[in-house]
Design a protein around this ligand. Structure first.
Ligand code: PBG
Length: 328
């Protein structure tokens, strides 16, 4: 039946009718807040390109996580700014490393918090690339052993989920094997399976002090032009034992997210990255958009496209809006 028998506006007339037929909902249960841990005490360095985001020392991370947890966001993703950088990024697997210390403090102080850790070397190497260099190229196979060491060290310190973002081939299998051998068979791997070489990571590199000193990451991260290759990346990671897949960035890659949702039954995550957050903040600062509305609409769209969880710097803002009865 068509118009005039059918009128789709009938269920749009009032907020309560719309609520009744709403297909997608946001919940703080599905949100993960990324955080940056730095050395020192009482440190809260604001990131200029990401208003509301800070580099926090361990004590301040604990405080932030306590508040975050109380607001209903029960999972965080930790990035570390190490005391020293070297060619291999060895601070990443030091038992006394910055993220390892944060994990132990959080385990003691914020019970129940799900602590996801980013596994990669760009914050830890003096050259800013995501692995060991061989000439001017990142040596894939030599990097795998280091990723495994970093993962085991983080699991030992209490990480609940290991999230490799380096984009080396074979890393999920290498990490799974190392975790199992070290007695962490129960620790899941959230693979940044489909991570594009994206300009949207710009503000993050200020936050994590991880910009490459030469060149870029196109020789290991994916070409933004490729959708079929994204399916191959995901399929390989599933075969190697990934427990959850991620697409990154989010908004510009919703087609990839929707295609993965169709093809895989693993939980799916999407990373609403630094540049996406920065653009919303910048436009809102100029009074050009309604921040709350556009931010919530963005997160909703990411969920509608197929993400079970969203990693976003706006997680706390979203949780607060939801607690205050936000209806889209
Ligand atoms: C790499 C990593 C990056 C991000 C998460 N993990 C940066 C990169 O690949 O250069 C970006 C996240 C963001 O932009 O918010 N360790």
């Amino acid at each position: 039946m068509a118009f005039p028998e059918t009128r789709l506006r009938r269920f749009r007339r009032t907020p309560d009718l719309r609520r009744l037929v709403r297909e997608t909902r946001l919940s703080p249960d599905n949100l993960v807040l990324p955080l940056f841990v730095c050395p020192g005490e009482g440190v809260a360095n604001p990131i200029s390109s990401m208003p509301g985001v800070f580099q926090h020392s361990v004590d301040r991370i604990v405080e932030t996580c306590r508040e975050t947890f109380a607001e209903g966001v029960r999972a965080v993703l930790l990035f570390g700014l190490p005391e020293y950088k070297d060619a291999e990024g060895s601070a990443a697997w030091s038992p006394d490393g910055i993220v390892q210390r944060a994990l132990r403090a959080l385990a003691a102080e914020v019970p129940g918090l799900v602590k996801i850790v980013d596994v990669c070397f760009c914050e830890y190497t003096d050259h800013g690339h995501c692995g060991v260099l061989h000439g001017h190229e990142v040596d894939n196979d030599a990097t795998l052993a280091n990723l495994a060491r970093q993962s085991v060290s983080l699991a030992e310190a209490g990480a609940d989920v290991i999230a490799p973002s380096d984009m080396m081939d074979g890393r999920v299998g290498a990490i799974r094997q190392a975790l199992d051998a070290a007695g962490f068979a129960a620790t899941p791997i959230l693979s940044y399976a489909v991570k594009f070489a994206s300009g949207f990571y710009g503000p993050f590199r200020e936050a994590a002090e991880s910009a490459p000193k030469f060149g870029d990451r196109r020789a290991y991260q994916m070409d933004p032009a490729n959708g079929r290759e994204a399916m191959r990346e995901a399929a390989l990671d599933v075969e190697e034992g990934a427990d959850m897949l991620m697409v990154k960035p989010a908004l510009a890659y919703l087609d990839i997210l929707a295609a993965l949702r169709q093809r895989f039954d693993l939980p799916l995550a999407a990373y609403h990255v630094s540049g996406e957050y920065a653009m919303l903040k910048a436009a809102a600062e100029r009074g050009w958009i309604d921040y709350d509305r556009v931010m919530m609409e963005s997160l909703l769209a990411i969920r509608r496209a197929g993400a079970d969880l969203i990693l976003t710097y706006a997680a706390r803002e979203a949780a607060r809006l939801l607690a205050a009865g936000w209806v889209e």
